[in-house]
Each structure stands twice: as C-alpha cells, then as structure tokens.
Design a protein. Structure first.
Length: 384
C-alpha cells in the first residue's frame, strides 16, 4: 500500500523549495554584479566630423578695381529738319545701321526750288542794272574830268553803280540762301551709326526747331563705357598706367559665367567730383558684334596688374572670427588645423590668400562649425 502524504507535509515541502530558489537567484545576481564591476570600460573613440574638402590652387590672377558703369555712344546725333515742309521720303528701316552720307529723308523741295528761281531772277535783273551803271560811269568819267559833264550828275552815276553793286551782293546772298534751303530738303547721315525709332511718319509736316528730332543716330562701334571710382583709388591707377594702356573687362551680370568683353582705358576725367569724391573713367571697346548698347548698365573691371602664382581658395571656406579670417587645413591623417589667414582680392566666389595657406594644401570647404585644431574629419561617401 502506498503511504499517504498529509497536506501539512506538502505545505512544508513547498516553503522549503521556494527558499532554495530565492537563495539561488540571489547568488546568481550577486555573481553577475561582481563580474561587471571587474570588467574594463571600452576605450573612448574621438568623433569624426563629416566635411567637404577642396584644394588651394595657384594661378596668375589679375588685380583689378570693379565698378558699375554705363555704355555711351562716342557720337550720338539727333537729326532735326532745318527747314519746314512735307516729309516726302524715308529711306531706311528703323533700327538699321547706315553709312555716313546715305540719304535718310527728303522734304518736298518744290517751294524751295521756286524761291531759288525767284532769287536768281532778282540777281539777274540787278546784274543788268549794274552793268548799265558801270558803263555810264566809264563813259562820263572823261567828260566830267574835262568839265563837259556836271560833277553832281557824275557822282549820281557813281552812286547808282554802288547801289547796284550792293544790291547784287544782296541778291547773290538770297540765291545762296535759297540754294542752302533747297539742299536741306535732302537729309543725309552725318556718321556711321544705327538709327532709332522714327518720331515723325512719312507725309507729315516737319518744322524748324521742333521739340523732338526726326530720329536719333548712335555710333555703335567703337563705343564708350563710362564708370566712376572713389578718389582714393586714383594713385593706384596713375601708378599702374605709367607707360602702358590699362585693360578693362566688362560683363552684363557676373564675370564667372557670363560673356566678358575686353577694351582699353581711354581716359581719366580731369577732375574729381568734389560733391561725391568720385572720378569718372572712360573705356573704349571695339564692339564689332554690337554686344554693348548705348545706355546699358554694365559691370567693369579695370585691370591694374597680374599677380603671379596667387593662392586661390573658395570664399565659402573662410570663417570670419573676432581675431580675423580663418580656415581649417586638412592633414594626411585626416585631422584639421585652424589657420589665421590674410585675404586679398575677392573674385566672385573665390578669394586670394596672401598669407596662411600654400598652394596644394587641402582645406575644409563645408562643415567647419564643430571643428577645432586636432579634430578628426571624413568625407561622406569615402572610407574613413
């Protein structure tokens, strides 16, 4: 027969078993804690900062003074009529380039042809009277000297001849004036240039001294570009221009991606503007392709000289601090060094470094915010 176990014995057995489990768990946790206390902490690893890197380059670089200017025609002529009459001919297309001496306009010549004939008729009549009075003076000169003719009558003959001579000159002047007015019926181009917008249409009456010209004629090639610089720059220009002609570069918007035009310094103004402290300069450009347009605003660079083997870096690599501009150079072990630099001329998004960086050195272009001397860096996408 099996021996029965009482309920009280089962309770005592359960309590003993639970105590053993608690003791085992306690010793296990204690051993883990002691083991962790004796385990060494992992070594500290310095962070590596992501950056973009570029290289300082060396190249011959022009040193210049930059200013905003505007384009001007060397010669700009407003064409007016010098006589009154009907506009009977327009012999060009608006915006067309014309040559000197080409016919531009005609004004109805008939009134002036009639005036010329009238003046010529008066002159011929006066010439006939003058010839008669000269003959009379010649004929009666001997008679008057021998007292066969009254002296007062002879002097009257001389007076008539003088009056006819004066009238002849007056009539000749009227003929000349009529010829001039008749010539003004044909208006020719005084220069090589480009025509503008026609202000008076064919068939209208043109007048003398009208408020607006018939048209404006602008010389397009060569062409001037005028700009102003501060007076403190004047000694640099005077020194650089001794014995040579300085070059000028011009561009519509920027000199990096836009088209660049080249010209020469034509002149310095003979005085500084006392009110603005600026002096005007004028350059001359061939403008064979008509890129430059009168009245257009344009950026200009007056080239003073060329710096040999200048160190060039992107301007975004420069950080401005209280102690001056700095850059971070990158060493072979991909750590950086903070350098104080001396900046020279800026050229769009690049700048010349006069001191602090050498050509070929690697510098941080982007990501400088967390850097300090000794920082570890890497370029994203490349192996660290």
């Amino acid at each position: 027969m099996k021996k029965k176990i009482s309920p009280k014995a089962l309770v005592n057995f359960y309590r003993s078993y639970r105590s053993i489990i608690h003791i085992v768990i306690f010793y296990f946790a204690l051993s883990v804690l002691l083991a962790s206390c004796h385990k060494k902490a992992p070594p500290h690893v310095a962070p590596s900062y992501p950056v973009q890197i570029t290289q300082a380059t060396t190249q011959d670089t022009p040193i210049f003074i930059e200013a905003l200017g505007h384009v001007q025609s060397i010669t700009s002529i407003n064409i007016y009529s010098r006589i009154e009459g009907e506009l009977t001919g327009v012999f060009f297309q608006q915006g067309q380039e014309v040559k000197k001496g080409e016919l531009l306009f005609t004004i109805d010549p008939k009134p002036y042809q009639a005036a010329l004939k009238q003046a010529q008729g008066a002159l011929e009549q006066t010439l006939a009277n003058l010839a008669l009075s000269e003959e009379k003076v010649k004929r009666y000169r001997m008679l008057a000297s021998d007292e066969y003719y009254s002296q007062i009558d002879y002097e009257t003959l001389q007076s008539d001849m003088a009056a006819n001579t004066a009238l002849m000159k007056e009539n000749q002047g009227q003929v000349d004036s009529a010829n001039i007015n008749l010539d003004y019926c044909w208006i020719y181009a005084p220069i090589d240039g480009m025509t503008g917008i026609l202000q008076i249409d064919y068939g209208n009456l043109v007048c003398v001294n009208c408020n607006s010209p018939l048209i404006t004629l602008n010389q397009m090639a060569p062409i001037f570009v005028t700009f102003n610089i501060p007076e403190f720059q004047l000694p640099r220009i005077q020194k650089a221009s001794q014995g040579k002609t300085l070059k000028i570069q011009a561009a519509y918007e920027d000199f990096k991606s836009g088209e660049i035009f080249e010209g020469d310094l034509y002149m310095l103004n003979n005085s500084v503007n006392a009110q603005t402290g600026m002096i005007a300069l004028r350059g001359i450009f061939e403008n064979k392709q008509r890129e430059l347009w009168p009245g257009q605003f344009i950026r200009n660079r007056l080239i003073l000289y060329t710096m040999k083997d200048a160190v060039i870096i992107p301007y975004t690599a420069v950080q401005i601090t209280q102690t001056g501009p700095i850059v971070f150079t990158v060493k072979e072990d991909m750590t950086v060094e903070q350098r104080t630099i001396k900046l020279g001329q800026r050229m769009d998004d690049q700048v010349i470094v006069l001191d602090g960086v050498k050509g070929g050195e690697k510098i941080v272009l982007e990501g400088q915010i967390n850097l300090f001397t000794g920082s570890k860096v890497h370029v994203p996408g490349k192996a660290k």
